[in-house]
Design a protein around this ligand. Structure first.
Ligand code: A2P
Length: 326
């Protein structure tokens, strides 16, 4: 059977070999201590509606030093107790730092934290996220109890030059990709690296000037934004990340069709469905099959896809990496 007559289900998927990482060096019953060395707003403008902070933590002298890689999380133990009188459960935060850390020596790690501020749904009193507000309140020199690192599936491949990368982020979902992009650049990787970053307003873009300057210096890195509540600079429309597959078709479809390409998705739950739907609409069947396994009935009605169909009628191959949160 030649390539032309191979049916979709018989196609081989070029699976990546992931880098090996260390995990659970510290657990919640025996955490370690880090020291805050920097905390700064990392939105593109101080006028952004939400408060998101880039927080750096010195972990020198602990086993975390040099052992935290982008795509992994660290756990934070907020002091105090929950309403039932138990110590607060550990909260996981994605690392934003590259493997070499913020200091180039792996001694200073970082994360990207959005303050959770909301109303209780039942009585409309103020709800403040425990760990996010604790972390954002910390000052330089303050100590913080840490666990981790956690996670081994959402990381870069071992041989970074073997693949191209299409990263989709919304909001603080940018954290792992900032670290990964810095790792790829530091490794001298010449692969195609594309980041599509979605936020409500342009003022909310995170690490914006850093990403712009990486794009300026490295022609293989392309930084595309999707602003959901304002008109973009280039199109007269409000956009979600998946809409960039349409507006940047000429650039993105060849990258997606290349068997080297990997897709990483991180951010708000639901974004993955929109991306999968757009891939199913835009790619030729042979290419869809490299990322998604969709049963025949579902394929016939892409508009009817919903999240309940994920892992059942719609499955991902090992060329898609997914980390989404409610
Ligand atoms: P919107 O809230 O305008 O609908 P943040 O975490 O800073 O709130 O950003 C999340 C971004 O992801 C926002 O621009 C938000 O748009 C967008 N978003 C919300 N739901 C989806 C979805 N299902 N697919 C893609 N993007 C989404």
């Amino acid at each position: 059977m030649n390539a032309e007559t191979t049916t979709m289900n018989e196609q081989a998927v070029r699976e990546p070999v992931l880098r090996e990482v260390e995990m659970h060096l510290y657990r919640p019953n025996a955490p370690t201590t880090g020291t805050i060395t920097r905390s700064e707003r990392c939105t593109a403008s101080g006028k952004a509606a939400g408060c998101v902070r880039h927080i750096e933590i010195d972990v020198s002298g602990t086993d975390l030093a040099g052992r935290c890689v982008p795509g992994q999380s660290i756990g934070v133990l907020a002091p105090g107790q929950d309403e039932k009188g138990r110590p607060h459960a550990v909260r996981l935060y994605s690392l934003a730092s590259p493997t070499a850390g913020e200091d180039g020596k792996g001694q200073v790690i970082s994360t990207t934290v959005k303050r959770t501020i909301d109303e209780h749904w039942d009585n409309h009193t103020l709800f403040l996220g425990v760990a996010s507000n604790y972390l954002c309140d910390l000052q330089e020199g303050d100590k913080v109890q840490l666990t981790g690192p956690a996670g081994k599936r959402f990381v870069l491949p071992r041989d970074v030059d073997e693949h191209d990368y299409l990263f989709f982020a919304t909001g603080t979902g940018i954290a792992p990709f900032r670290g990964m992009i810095l790792d790829l650049i530091a490794a001298g990787c010449k692969s195609r690296i594309t980041l599509i970053m979605g936020v409500p307003y342009a003022t909310d873009l995170l690490y914006h000037s850093e990403l712009l300057s990486i794009a300026e210096e490295h022609p293989n890195f392309s930084y595309i934004t999707a602003i959901s509540r304002e008109q973009q600079e280039d199109v007269n429309d409000r956009l979600y990340v998946q809409d960039r597959l349409r507006t940047h078709k000429d650039q993105l479809l060849p990258q997606l069709s290349d068997e080297r390409n990997l897709i990483y998705i991180c951010g708000i739950a639901g974004m993955e469905l929109g991306i999968f739907r757009q891939l199913a609409r835009d790619l030729p069947p042979r290419d869809i099959e490299q990322y998604l396994r969709v049963d025949g009935e579902a394929m016939a009605n892409i508009d009817a896809w919903d999240r309940k169909m994920l892992h059942k009628q719609i499955k991902t191959t090992r060329r898609i990496f997914l980390e989404v949160y409610a």
